[in-house]
Design a protein around this ligand. Structure first.
Ligand code: C5P
Length: 228
């Protein structure tokens, strides 16, 4: 059978990456987490003081964008790839609240999007890829054979993010802060001028508020098998 491109988009914490990883494993495909790439640029901005006091200095960041080298390396022990910023593994650092609070502002900068979209298209050019993000089915791979759009209530999503942070030992953050960050990113992601989050016309919507992981995966596998 021939390889296809699977695009998974949706709001934050809708379980996109869980599904994407499961699918990539099942099919022997490459998984690319594009949120990790935007998070890595946000981390670079923070490290260089281009992001501070709630503001991002877009001009400075754009000037230095050539110095941001992002790549993924497969970690056999974990069974998935981790993201590197200029040769340094930043997988853990990019998941913290600090990066989360700036990432959507960084992602609204067109020059940042152009750079990352080009990289993503390069990574997916041989197909056999599962990519998740906000604009994969609409901008990065408008011709993807299968497009999924994941949704869940804001409360469900905030609770998942909160549990995840707690499990990683990040106990300073309150549920309320996580909930507010989820809402803030929803607003920024859907209202930005350049490629706002929206469902592609030919995407299948999956609301997983009331689906177990297994139910969700079985449902999606049926959709995938119909395309192979
Ligand atoms: O997927 P994740 O929640 O890690 O993404 C972090 C942020 O990166 C999103 O809230 C969004 O602002 C941005 N993003 C984007 N386009 C993508 C992936 C992520 O704008 N394709």
């Amino acid at each position: 059978t021939s390889k296809i491109t699977i695009a998974i988009d949706g709001f934050s914490s809708t379980g996109k990456s869980t599904v994407a990883k499961q699918l990539a494993k099942e099919l022997g495909y490459i998984y690319v987490d594009t949120g990790a790439m935007y998070r890595t640029v946000a981390l670079y901005a923070l490290q260089n003081n281009f992001a501070k006091q709630g503001e991002v200095d877009a001009e400075k960041l754009i000037e230095n964008l050539d110095k941001v080298n992002i790549d993924f390396k497969y970690n056999a022990q974990l069974g998935f790839s981790e993201v590197y910023l200029n040769g340094v593994n930043v997988e853990t650092e990019i998941r913290g609240m600090e990066v989360s609070s700036y990432v959507s502002k960084v992602a609204s900068i067109s020059a940042v999007r152009q750079k990352l979209v080009a990289l993503q298209q390069e990574m997916g050019k041989a197909k056999g890829i599962v990519m998740d993000g906000r604009d994969i089915g609409t901008v990065v791979f408008p011709n993807a054979e299968l497009k999924l759009f994941m949704t869940a209530s804001a409360e469900t999503r905030a609770q998942r993010r909160f549990d995840e942070l707690q499990a990683k030992g990040n106990t300073e953050v309150s549920y309320k802060e996580v909930f507010n960050n989820v809402l803030e990113r929803d607003t920024l992601d859907t209202t930005r001028a350049d490629s706002p989050l929206e469902m592609a016309k030919d995407a299948v919507e999956i609301d997983n508020s009331n689906l177990s992981r297994k139910e969700q995966f079985d449902k999606i596998l049926l959709l995938v098998n119909a395309k192979l």
